[in-house]
Design a protein around this ligand. Structure first.
Ligand code: S3P
Length: 174
């Protein structure tokens, strides 16, 4: 699209627990940009935690909120660092608006590394609560194929969020 490179939003995608929020905050600080966490913004807009939205209104309602929030953001915001929820990119409309107006970074985690983070996620991720581990692994693999539609893939297995954010900042500012 016609948006100058320096004004494009930097958009972080990847599976739950990949570090999108932590790395996004650090990256925004380093670049002197404002940071937006999509789930957090949706919670503020609707006055409810994501777990409550899922519980009281269901997943389709949440997906609709995500689509409205993110397609609007892609049209109206510039120069932000934005972390998406792990399911956002599964919606074609979101994917297309992010890829055409922003620079999309996939924070890529191996299944083995993810297993080490699983316990810390379960309470706040309704999408994990109804699934067996085998089903989560299947979702992990199928989503990875969709996340592959990005501008940059960053391996987040072996380094700290600080190291990853620093490397990204240097690449972006080069
Ligand atoms: C979801 C991921 C969550 C949140 C919601 C659904 C998903 O975000 O949007 O619980 O479908 O993967 P994080 O990726 O920040 O955990």
């Amino acid at each position: 699209s016609g948006i100058p490179f320096r004004q494009k939003n930097i958009i972080l995608i990847g599976f739950m627990g990949a570090g999108k929020t932590t790395i996004g905050q650090l990256l925004a600080q380093k670049l002197g940009r404002e940071f937006l966490d999509a789930d957090h913004e949706i919670e503020a807009l609707h006055g409810m935690p994501v777990t409550e939205i899922f519980r009281t209104m269901g997943e389709p309602a949440f997906r609709q909120m995500e689509k409205e929030y993110l397609t609007t953001l892609c049209r109206s915001e510039r120069e932000k660092v934005v972390s998406l929820g792990g399911g956002s990119f599964m919606q074609e409309e979101i994917r297309e608006s992010c890829l055409s107006s922003g620079i999309v970074y996939h924070l890529d985690l191996s299944w083995e590394a993810w297993l080490g983070r699983f316990e810390a996620l379960i309470d706040t991720r309704p999408i994990l609560q109804s699934k067996s581990l085998a089903e989560v692994e299947e979702m992990f693999a199928s989503r990875k194929l969709v996340y592959a539609d990005n501008h940059h893939t960053i391996d987040v297995d072996a380094r700290t969020p600080e190291q990853i954010a620093e490397e990204m900042a240097q690449q972006i500012q080069a």
